[in-house]
Structures are given as structure tokens and as C-alpha cells.
Design a protein around this ligand. Structure first.
Ligand SMILES: CC(C)(COP(=O)(O)OP(=O)(O)OC[C@H]1O[C@@H](n2cnc3c(N)ncnc32)[C@H](O)[C@@H]1OP(=O)(O)O)[C@@H](O)C(=O)NCCC(=O)NCCS
Length: 388
């Protein structure tokens, strides 16, 4: 049904202060991360994301997001031991994922899996900081197990048990493929998890905070975050980037493809950002590691296409790539099926969501905005037999 707008509606600019898409609206404070569009920078708890990517593991960054400080060696060991002890998924969880239709998108499977995790948790209503942090650890540990199990079930294979002597990144490769690739491939993957971990009040994090603000539980807030992340205007873009690159097929065709897309006013996936207007702070690091993957696989085609598409977009529209643009081909070159790119994003972003859920819980006020009504004036309900 088309949108009904009252023909007598006259906008009153003085009264009406609609920020479509909440553009520019500052809705709360946070100490988790800061995006600065003027300097194209992003800090997690004060640390530049590029430095964290080059100097830390994903586990250290997860600890930082949860606790506000980087761990010392002892704290990291304790953190890792706990995360590793939570990796195994229950038979009920695995059986439910296995029973889903093969055609269901992995994001829907993961969303369902996290929902079941909530059903299995007898402390679901306990939102004390210690218990919520423990649940955050379970989400961090078990979401990769769910993603990898779904990956294998969709291929008609059995799930592979997690191993407790591997990092999160190594263990994920092990659970998907039964083997761990070269060190630089694991590193490129780990860096992508760090870059995807957190990004202030983006759509999915905001969604998680809205759900938390009603005093709902961390699983419900995470399920809602997954739902928001799935969309191609948000996390789903990393999958769309690779579909686009496969459609273009040849780097020599990239320039004309982009010119045609722009002429037809198409939204090109992996470009643009609500906050960054002159470049995404995470892109140079991810592009570097996508190039590592091109060198490892001895396949330069995708990076050539990357450069050709970016050159036209920047030249014609001054719109720059976002993180999904290098992440898409990087995951493809690591051997993952395209449908699993956004679930990998979930594995990383669960850390940021949980940090925000903890923050929202600690200082909560229900999030309840207003809207400007543009529908019919108040009117009487006529009896059924008198209606036209
Ligand atoms: C990220 C995104 C949703 C931000 O949306 P937004 O802040 O509402 O920005 P708008 O859609 O209003 O874009 C502003 C202008 O830039 C253009 N633009 C923005 N992103 C574009 C893209 N990816 N391709 C082509 N044009 C784009 C818009 O068409 C619009 O042009 P107009 O003023 O002539 O109409 C948007 O850039 C987009 O859809 N990008 C592609 C999806 C994507 O990569 N998402 C991942 C984000 S991290």
C-alpha cells in the first residue's frame, strides 16, 4: 500500500524538527568508541583502531571493549581460558541449526542460534554487570561455533568440535575447513575481526541499545542487532560487494560498469558512509590485508578491480570505500562462501554490541523518540454497512 499523506498536511518548519535517519542526532553519551569524521579516525576506548589492528589480537581488543582497558598478560590468559571453555554448543543448539532449511541465509541461522542461547540460559533475567559480562563471553565464544556449524551443515557435512588450544581466528578456520591456513591468512582474518568489532552508534548497535533500554536481556538485544546488521545498507554490504565484483568479472570492465551504475543512479555497495565523508578510517588497514590475501592466493584480479572501481567513484562522486569494500574480497580470497561474510561480521561485532549493552544497562533510560504525524485528521468510525 502506498504511503497515505494527509492532503491538508502543511509542514511547519519551526515546529517540525525531523532528522530523517537520525542524521546528526546525538542521542546519548558513550565511552566505548569515537568516530571522528574530521580526521577520519576511530578510537576504541581511546586507542586508534589501526594501532590495535597492528599490535593486538582480537581477544585483547574484546577484553578492551568489555573492560575499558587493555589486558596485562595474566588478565589475557584468564580471559582466553574462559572464552575457550565456553565454545562448545549444546546438542539442542546444533540440532536446531542443522534442521533449518538449507536455503535459509546464515544470518537467519545465527539469529536463531543466539535466540536459542537465550532460551538455554537460566540466568536470562539477571542483568548484573558480572552476569551480563559472563553472557557476553558466551556470545563471543559460541557465535563462531554456530557460524562454522551452519557453514558445514549447508554443505551436508558434520560440524567440527572447537579446539581449546587455538585462538578465536584459528579455531574458526579449524571448525569451518578442518585445517588452519598460513599464519598471514589467520592474521588477515584476525585484523578484520578487530576492525569490525566496534563503531559507535551504528544502526545495529543503536538497535541493541534500544532493546536493552526496555530492560530486555542481552540475547534479545543481540538478536535485534543481528537483524539490523543483515541489511545490505549495513553489514550485508560486504556480501553485496563480492556479488558485484563477480558480476563485473574482469577488472578491465570495472570502469564502464561503475560509470553505468552512476549514470543509472545505482547505490554501489561498499561505498559511502553516514559519518565519514572523506574516507573510512578502517579501510587502509583492511585494504593492506586484502592485498596480503591477493599475494598469498597469487590472484591480483580483485585488487585491480578494487582500485578501478574506487578511482571512478572518487573521481566522479567523491564517495569513498567503507570497510565492507576491502573485507568482501579479502574473505572471498580466504575461501569463505559469500553468504558467510556478514555472519563473520557478527562474530566480531558481538564485542561492540555487548560493550554497549553493558553501558546502556549501567545508566539506563528507555529510548523512546517522537514522530511528526502526517496522516489523516481525527475522524469518526462509521458503521461497516455505511463505508464505501
Ligand atoms: C552507507 C549509506 C547507507 C549511508 O547512507 P546516507 O548517509 O543516508 O547517505 P545518502 O544515501 O543520503 O547519500 C548521500 C548522497 O550520496 C550518494 N551515495 C551515497 N552512497 C552511495 C553509494 N554507495 N553509491 C552511489 N551513490 C551513493 C547518494 O545517492 C546521495 O546522493 P544524492 O544526494 O545525489 O541523492 C550509503 O552510503 C549506502 O547505501 N552505501 C552503500 C551500502 C554500504 O556500503 N553500506 C555499508 C555502510 S558501512
Amino acid at each position: 500500500m502506498a504511503e497515505y499523506i494527509n492532503p491538508d498536511y502543511v509542514p511547519e518548519p519551526d515546529k517540525m524538527n525531523v532528522k530523517r535517519g537520525l542524521e546528526g542526532a546525538v542521542i546519548d553519551t558513550t565511552s566505548v568508541s569515537k568516530v571522528n569524521p574530521d580526521t577520519n579516525s576511530l578510537i576504541y576506548r581511546g586507542y586508534p583502531v589501526q594501532d590495535l589492528a597492528e599490535q593486538c589480537s582480537f581477544e585483547e581488543v574484546a577484553y578492551l571493549l568489555y573492560h575499558g582497558e587493555l589486558p596485562n598478560a595474566k588478565q589475557l590468559e584468564t580471559f582466553k581460558a574462559k572464552e575457550r571453555s565456553y565454545r562448545t554448543a549444546s546438542p539442542m543448539l546444533l540440532n536446531t541449526i542443522a534442521a533449518l532449511p538449507k536455503a535459509c541465509h546464515p544470518m537467519d541461522a545465527i539469529r536463531t542460534g543466539v535466540s536459542i542461547m537465550g532460551c538455554e540460559d537460566s540466568r536470562i533475567w539477571d542483568a548484573t554487570p558480572e552476569v551480563n559480562l559472563d553472557k557476553a563471553m558466551q556470545l563471543l565464544a559460541r557465535i563462531p561455533t554456530l557460524v562454522a556449524a551452519d557453514y558445514r551443515f549447508k554443505k551436508g557435512l558434520k560440524a567440527i568440535e572447537p579446539k581449546a588450544d587455538l585462538s578465536i581466528a584459528e579455531n574458526f578456520f579449524h571448525m569451518c575447513f578442518g585445517k588452519i591456513p598460513a599464519r598471514e591468512v589467520v592474521r588477515a582474518f584476525d585484523v578484520s575481526l578487530i576492525l569490525y568489532a566496534e563503531h559507535s552508534f551504528n544502526a545495529s548497535t543503536f538497535t541493541s541499545r534500544v532493546v536493552t533500554s526496555t530492560q530486555s536481556d542481552i540475547y534479545s538485544a543481540t538478536v535485534a542487532g543481528i537483524g539490523a546488521l543483515k541489511g545490505p545498507l549495513h553489514g550485508g554490504a560486504n556480501e553485496q560487494v563480492m556479488h558485484m565484483m563477480l558480476e563485473i568479472e574482469d577488472p578491465a570492465k570495472a570502469k564502464d560498469w561503475m560509470l553505468d551504475a552512476l549514470a543509472n543512479k545505482k547505490k554501489v555497495m561498499g561505498f559511502g558512509h553516514r559519518v565519514y565523508k572523506s574516507g573510512d578510517s578502517r579501510v587502509p588497514t583492511m585494504r593492506k590485508y586484502a592485498q596480503v590475501m591477493a599475494d598469498v592466493t597469487k590472484e591480483q584480479k580483485w585488487m585491480k578491480m578494487y582500485d578501478a572501481l574506487e578511482a571512478v567513484m572518487v573521481d566522479k562522486k567523491k564517495i569513498y570505500p567503507n570497510l565492507d569494500f576491502p573485507a568482501g574480497p579479502a574473505y572471498y580470497m580466504m575461501g569463505f562462501e559469500i553468504d558467510f561474510f556478514t555472519p563473520i561480521f557478527v562474530m566480531a561485532r558481538t564485542t561492540g554490541w555487548s560493550a554497549h549493552i553493558l553501558e546502556q544497562t549501567a545508566n539506563n533510560r528507555i529510548i523512546r523518540p517522537l514522530s511528526e504525524y502526517i496522516g489523516s485528521e481525527q475522524r469518526k468510525v462509521s458503521p461497516l454497512n455505511e463505508r464505501k
